[in-house]
Design a binder for this molecule. Structure first.
Ligand code: NOJ
Length: 493
């Protein structure tokens, strides 16, 4: 009886230990820690000092059913006025860098190429950047984190190929105006979300439902705009400004739902459709072959004269290939991936092109976001996959974090960071993956897009009821600070 009990209990204890004990190794000296936000989610001041309207202003003001509680980013965390306090909060964490984004409409209120620059908008970003530098914090800047100027949406938004040149004009403006201070550039944040949620499923601004058509066109424009911006930096700015530039792509880790070959292929297909969609062109020049083949074939069956997946010319492939100085990944969760039967040809969508069913495991710990479950081992598998698939690049984790419904004693978030960071450290030390940066999302609770202010991701809480938007550090902020100081995840290393 005792033996049977031991035989039963011991593996459970070991399993528990395996799943919940963080490594006591220390982070290598070159490894850097950061924290992130994005313009629309924190800045507020939506129409101040000459800023123009963007698609999130527009959606929040005109289509309130789109956003939970009719929330909007008009004031958000008021970082436009409180940036000095933000910088002190960032400094208090002890992080090496701050990842934030620029509001295109604050810099070019009309959005379009050739329209006037708003000097007050530039001043805001120069002041913020200088304040960071004066406090020993490296600025890491995203040029586009979803807040497209409304006048560019009025001409069709990202599915319109003309946006490539409008973006490059904006990029040139920011290199000219901020490039002396900024050494880390990211062109786009999570282009998959911009294209899939914004122009495919229509659940994010601008809310267009054209899955399998506009989402692919959107991605095509974005990728070309990214490549042209990379070359612009290389040709005209890199020599004097001496910075690095890349794109931030996001993906969930897709775990095969069974050991069958079909499910393993489905998981790989999901990774290629979600992450390879952007990374494969940028690293190798073109979309993943599985994506080209499937969309071409289904388009043909559906009677399209041309594939719904746009084609890059041979010159474009050469031009786009290798336009990255690092691979930046945002990742939060894991899904199971299961193969499904070939959908009928009258089903026209990105999902039927992909032909994978994705689902969550009920045993995985929940968060406040329906799509996010806590699965620490997923991040280790993901960085291994990125490393193997893209020839061992330098990898930055540019976002990772978890949501809850609020409160300062956020043990859930502390253990999330401990376990996810432990898996990253194991990937570095045991698997030889070249991850060099980790960025916590987010510095503070903020406007969580269509979910408004109810889902909270911050290391600092923000009192959205007070006009002062009072910030208070949570327990997780203390933990993150301790990790950065000691470079150790547990009590002692
Ligand atoms: C990804 C996005 O980049 C960020 O804006 C968002 O708040 C977080 N994920 C959490 O959903």
């Amino acid at each position: 009886m005792v033996t049977r009990l031991v035989l039963f209990v011991l593996p459970c204890v070991l399993l528990f230990e395996k799943a919940y004990t963080a490594t006591n190794r220390t982070f290598p000296s070159y490894f850097k820690f950061g924290v992130a936000t994005a313009s629309y989610q924190v800045e507020g001041a939506w129409n101040e000092d000459g800023k123009g309207e963007n698609i999130w202003d527009h959606v929040c003001h005109t289509n309130s059913t789109f956003i939970d509680n009719k929330d909007n980013g008009d004031v958000a965390c008021d970082s436009y006025h409180k940036y000095k306090e933000d910088v002190q909060m960032i400094k208090n964490l002890g992080v090496d860098y701050y990842r934030f984004s620029l509001s295109w409409s604050r810099i070019l209120p009309r959005g379009l190429a050739g329209t006037p620059v708003n000097q007050l908008g530039i001043n805001y970003y120069r002041n913020l950047t200088q304040e960071l530098l004066d406090n020993g914090i490296e600025p890491m800047v995203t040029m586009f984190h979803w807040d497209l100027p409304e006048p560019l949406q009025d001409i069709g938004g990202w599915p319109n190929p003309e946006l490539e040149d409008h973006f490059v004009y904006y990029a040139r403006t920011v290199f000219e105006q901020l490039g002396d201070l900024v050494k880390f550039w990211m062109t786009f944040n999570e282009p998959k979300q911009t294209c899939q949620e914004g122009y495919g499923l229509g659940v994010m601004a601008p809310g267009i439902k054209s899955s399998g058509i506009a989402d692919y066109k959107c991605a095509h424009t974005l990728i070309k705009a990214h490549a042209k911006t990379y070359h612009l930096y290389d040709d005209e700015f890199r020599a004097k400004q001496n910075g690095s530039i890349g794109i931030v792509a996001d993906t969930t880790w897709y775990e095969p739902a069974s050991g069958s070959d079909a499910d393993k292929a489905a998981a790989e297909r999901a990774l290629q459709f979600k992450f390879g969609w952007f990374l494969n062109p940028i690293v190798n020049g073109n979309y993943p072959q599985v994506m080209i083949d499937r969309v071409d074939e289904r388009s043909k069956k559906q009677g399209f004269a041309q594939s719904r997946l746009p084609k890059f010319t041979d010159e474009e492939i050469e031009y786009i290939k290798g336009t990255h100085d690092f691979v930046a990944v945002n990742t939060y969760t894991t899904n199971y991936a299961q193969d499904v039967e070939e959908p009928d040809s009258d089903e026209l969508s990105y999902e039927s092109d992909m032909k994978v069913e994705l689902f969550l495991d009920d045993d995985w710990e929940e968060s406040a976001s329906s799509w996010l479950r806590v699965v620490p081992w997923g991040i280790r598998k993901l960085v291994n996959w990125v490393s193997k698939t893209y020839n061992n690049p330098e990898i930055f984790i540019t976002e990772n974090g978890v949501s809850d419904r609020g409160g300062i004693e956020d043990e859930n978030r502390t253990s999330f960071y401990r376990e996810y960071l432990s898996n990253i450290l194991e990937a570095i030390e045991e698997d030889g993956v070249n991850v060099t940066r980790y960025t916590a999302w987010s510095l503070m609770d903020n406007f969580e897009w269509a979910r408004g202010y109810a889902e909270k991701y911050g290391l600092y809480s923000v009192d959205f009821k007070s006009s002062n938007r009072t910030r208070t550090p949570k327990a997780s902020a203390d933990y993150y600070k301790q990790v950065i100081t000691t470079r150790c995840l547990v009590n002692s290393c």
